[in-house]
Design a protein. Structure first.
Ligand code: AMP
Length: 532
């Protein structure tokens, strides 16, 4: 039995893979090209042949129709995409990336490892987590765990001392923003509060910079009636240039771009000050969310005070981020290995899982780690075991009707975002609606928007089940609903008719793909050849 495991940060724009070295430290394994990170881009070169990573990203520029970028945004949804006459689910495309990462890592290390832990954003709900797990299965991997990105970041950089600390992870990536407050102590991480905005990220800063640049270009160049904003190719090129310019502005006070449109050329200079002024409203949103996360944390821990703030995600490199955290919240935020911390933390989590010293609160029996067991160098503080306690990312509820005529219904939540998990919420007693009812239908829903809302449209349907009643029941007969939520956020609901003892289980480890589809996608992906 191989007892090694890879930790994989399956990112929206970049991915990375890590493992625990022979010396017991987490290390990132470079890919075939020697890079620590691999662009999460798949290029379908021809029937049965794909390219993954930097070369795929380069090739995608000249042939965008055969390339798949940003697939992570579609995880947990039905979003088939067709390339070279074949249809692929988001899970299958993610599987191609995972396979490439593992093959490259095995090639570099000379190992044959197929066990992995994959990270997901803290805001991922039940369906997206299950999709991620299925991507691993389609890639032929043994997924020993799914861990959230901030917990992974905390494991590799945060939870280091033997003192208890309260850590805030500020994660501003390419397309999303997340904040997480965690309590850490030797060998233990507990999530206290999670918040964020799924639609706020580096791409918004790019947009603002594009606007700034184009305004200056139009003012400087004599373009007559022509407006370059309507020229698709010009705008595509400008977006790429703007992202590079943005990165330069993290190091330099100003950048100069040479632009050309329809034969007219002009130089455009943008200073960091101008860029920061044009994006102040975006940064303000992250500060507001950070503040809100602290308020949320304070409701659970009245004495909460943040000891350390860790910057994660490529966009946290912008100097304005650190300055705003200092000026607005009084925090001295700390740089991390922005792109590598998450993969390393996943490796730590994975090694603890395969070594059977990981506790998530779900274990049937307590993990037996002797008090005098030797410490493990890869674990925070060199402790002997690792405890990770999560919080629920989204509220979960059941659909109820107000009365017989309420066809639409509403969602009654039994667990709320940020509740500590695993959890066994209070059982619910429901009442049958009509006289002579012979079955009860149970629909399980998850909060879809940023806030909890009773309206059906604001929630995402997860799964339903029907409990057949052995005989017609009088109106208002009680039905018992018992709920359990695992440490990974999977929900199990048991509905029982107390009169007959009949019951039905509903497990919301819901996935978009059926088992049969997973098999089909596995077969499809396994025949692809990757040219690296
Ligand atoms: P991630 O998803 O964490 O890899 O973050 C990618 C995002 O970080 C993209 O929007 C990049 O443009 C942005 N990014 C990477 N490096 C820098 C930098 N030096 N300054 C500003 N943004 C950056």
């Amino acid at each position: 039995m191989n007892d090694s495991v890879y930790g994989i940060d399956l990112g929206t724009t970049y991915s990375a893979i890590a493992r625990i070295s022979d010396l017991g430290a987490a290390e990132v394994v470079p890919n075939f090209e020697g890079d620590s990170t691999t662009p999460s881009v798949v290029y379908f070169e021809g029937p049965g042949s794909v390219i993954v990573g930097a070369e795929a990203k380069r090739t995608a520029l000249s042939d965008p129709d055969s390339a798949c970028l940003l697939v992570k945004r579609h995880m947990g949804t039905e979003y088939p995409q067709e390339f070279r006459g074949e249809t692929y689910s988001p899970e299958a495309i993610s599987a191609i990336i995972l396979k490439e990462l593992v093959n490259a890592a095995n090639n570099t290390t000379g190992a044959v490892i197929d066990k992995v832990v994959i990270t997901v954003p803290a805001y991922f709900g039940v369906q997206e987590r299950e999709s991620t797990r299925q991507a691993g299965v389609i890639a032929g991997l043994d997924v020993v765990g799914i861990v959230t990105e901030p917990v992974a970041a905390a494991l590799s950089i945060g939870a280091r001392s033997d003192q208890a600390e309260t850590i805030m992870v500020y994660d501003l990536g390419g397309g999303t923003f997340d904040t997480t407050i965690m309590e850490t102590r030797e060998g233990a991480v507990e999530v206290i509060a999670v918040d964020g905005n799924r639609k706020l990220g580096g791409a918004d800063w790019d947009d603002a910079l594009v606007d700034l640049i184009i305004g200056k270009f139009v003012a400087a160049a004599d373009l007559g009636d022509e407006d370059p904003r309507y020229d698709e190719e010009f705008m595509l090129d400008l977006r790429l240039e703007a992202e590079d310019a943005k990165k330069s502005l993290s190091r330099r006070e100003s950048v100069t771009l040479r632009l050309s449109f329809d034969g007219t050329k002009a130089m455009v200079e943008v200073t960091r000050e101008e860029f920061e002024a044009a994006t102040r409203h975006l940064l303000a949103q992250t500060i507001e969310i950070s503040r809100r996360t602290v308020e949320l944390g304070t409701t659970k821990r009245p004495q909460l005070s943040i000891d350390r703030v860790l910057l994660v995600g490529g966009s946290s490199r912008m100097p304005a981020v650190k300055a705003a955290l200092k000026n607005e919240l009084g925090w001295e935020a700390q740089d991390t290995e922005f792109d590598l911390a998450v993969a390393k933390g996943a490796a730590i989590y994975g090694q603890a899982a395969v070594d059977e010293v990981l506790r998530t609160g779900d274990e049937a029996a307590p993990v037996d780690v002797a008090a005098d067991a030797p410490g493990r160098p890869f674990l925070p503080g060199g402790s002997a075991s690792l405890t990770v306690k999560n919080a629920l990312s989204r509220s979960v509820g059941i659909k109820f009707a107000r009365d017989e005529n309420d066809a639409e219904g509403y969602i009654s939540f039994f667990a709320h975002s940020n509740d500590a998990i695993p959890a066994v919420p209070e059982p619910i007693t429901a009442l049958t609606l009509s006289e002579g009812q012979t079955s009860v239908e149970l629909g399980l829903y998850e909060q879809a928007g940023e806030r909890e809302s009773e309206a059906l449209a604001d929630n995402r349907f997860l799964k339903d089940a029907v409990l057949a009643l052995p005989k017609p029941m009088p109106r208002q007969s009680p039905i018992e609903i018992a709920i359990r939520i695992s440490g990974e956020g999977l929900v199990t609901v048991t509905t029982t008719d107390p009169a007959s003892g009949a019951s039905v289980d509903l497990e919301a480890s819901v996935s978009v793909l059926t088992e049969e589809q997973v098999e089909q996608e596995t077969a499809k992906v396994s025949t692809l050849l990757s040219r690296s």
